[in-house]
Design a binder for this molecule. Structure first.
Ligand SMILES: Cc1cc2nc3c(=O)[nH]c(=O)nc-3n(C[C@H](O)[C@H](O)[C@H](O)COP(=O)(O)OP(=O)(O)OC[C@H]3O[C@@H](n4cnc5c(N)ncnc54)[C@H](O)[C@@H]3O)c2cc1C
Length: 388
């Protein structure tokens, strides 16, 4: 959408927007802002990483797929007309409208958008906790042990506070497909606090996921709080039932960045309103996993970024339409066979009208559904695969 200028043409300096982060939310916001606000904004991206890794495809790495693609941040920044500053955001002096970096530099802003992602912490001892940066190293041996018949049972466990649940189901389904292909019997179980598998996509979609798991031979124990008192043993509460497994793969627990100088919500997440504005402080927005939205998902992070970008663009004087406050979430569920496609409307952190289909119901189809970032990545050339 072409930006429309308001008021004294050419006399108003561009709104200085600082975006902290180099992930889905930050990059989507940068691309969206350039499109929505044109030269009404100047953009700077502060990120510690020089590249952007396409995390969702890392789940395939232990199954002899190539490493997930990485893209140059400087190229993306250039295409958004943004200056890339390599560094780490440390804290905020909101009354002076200054962000302070870890190395002590002061970065002034008119509008600050935080896309800092979530912090991860191992939720259980004695388990393999997934880390998208090291998926192959972490899980290749386990897949091999399943193939060779050494690992007779694998549990895929989520901590009590739900985080990135999709990859846990994908790993279970892909392990099941691999075991089937190798003619190996293995007991696979997903253990989750959700009432049913991928419950945030709504009841109908969740039922369909449950059927898919059942057909693949993956058991589900839902609605439980898991503990790991010793290696190979899960204690499930309430009830105190024990589940033994040769190996346990787990999701990490997620925390917010607990930014000094900002109000902090539960577990360090940043409280935001419907426009992505950080509650209780002026000229600061946040989007993605760092916020207090209960669902942590790339496609949602991107939509939050689009909403925040529209709000900042409006503050810069652009005439922008207000994005819907009922985001639609879409996911590709990798299964080790044909993928499945999940869609739902998200209202108040809950999915409605969800469905699981054999063909995608949205376009363009991408693992992380992001209006601007998907289009950019479709055209971009990934960086050459490095050693690590
Ligand atoms: C294995 C796996 C599979 C997944 N699969 C899917 C999927 O299929 N579909 C989907 O939609 N989602 C998926 N997700 C979830 C998705 O990756 C996240 O929800 C999404 O990346 C969140 O985007 P974000 O920008 O909020 O955070 P991130 O993408 O985590 O980005 C945060 C950024 O902030 C930077 N940063 C951190 N601290 C600072 C600081 N102090 N200063 C400056 N920058 C900082 C980080 O370096 C990073 O660049 C998956 C997640 C995992 C782990």
């Amino acid at each position: 959408m072409a930006p429309l200028r308001c008021g004294g043409m050419g006399t108003r300096p561009p709104l200085a927007v600082l975006i902290a982060g180099g992930g889905v939310a930050a990059l989507e916001a940068a691309l969206a802002l350039r499109d929505l606000a044109g030269d009404l904004v100047s953009l700077r991206i502060l990120a510690p990483n020089g590249d952007f890794g396409y995390r969702p495809l890392s789940v395939r790495e232990p199954f002899a797929h190539a490493k997930a693609a990485r893209y140059s941040l400087s190229e993306l920044a250039a295409s958004a007309g943004a200056e890339l500053i390599e560094g780490e955001f440390a804290y905020l002096e909101a009354d002076r409208r200054v962000a302070i970096t870890a190395s002590g530099d002061e970065l002034p802003y008119d509008a600050l958008l935080l896309g800092l992602g979530a912090r991860t912490k191992d939720a259980f001892p004695h388990v393999t906790t997934i880390d998208a940066g090291h998926m192959d190293e972490l899980l290749h041996g386990l897949v091999q042990d399943v193939e060779d018949g050494y690992a007779r049972s694998v549990a895929f466990a989520s901590p009590a506070r739900q985080g990135w649940s999709l990859p846990l189901y994908e790993l279970a389904l892909m392990t099941a497909a691999r075991a089937h292909d190798m003619g190996v019997a293995v007991e696979l179980t997903v253990v989750t606090p959700e009432a049913s598998p991928l419950a945030f996509f709504g009841e109908r979609a969740s039922q369909a996921v449950a059927t898919l798991l059942d057909e693949a031979g993956v058991g589900v124990i839902a609605g439980v709080d898991a503990h790991v008192p010793e290696a190979g043993e899960l204690l499930l509460m309430p009830g105190g039932r024990t589940l033994n497994a040769s190996r346990i793969v787990a999701l990490p627990e997620l925390f917010g960045p607990a930014v000094r100088g900002l109000p902090t919500g539960e577990h360090g997440f940043i409280p935001v309103d419907g426009n992505g504005r950080v509650r209780g402080v002026e000229d600061v927005w946040a989007a993605g996993d760092a916020t207090d939205c209960p669902v942590k998902f790339g496609g949602l992070a991107a939509q939050q970024a689009d909403v925040a970008a529209a709000s900042i663009a409006a503050a810069a004087g652009a005439d922008v339409a207000t994005p819907s406050d009922q985001p639609e979430i879409h996911a590709i569920l990798l299964t080790g066979r044909e993928p499945r496609y999940l869609s739902a409307r998200l209202v108040g952190g809950k999915g409605f009208d969800g469905e699981l289909t054999k063909e995608p119901t949205w376009q363009p189809v991408a693992k992380v559904n992001a209006r601007y970032l998907t289009a950019y990545l479709d055209e971009a050339t990934p960086l050459a695969a490095g050693p690590g």
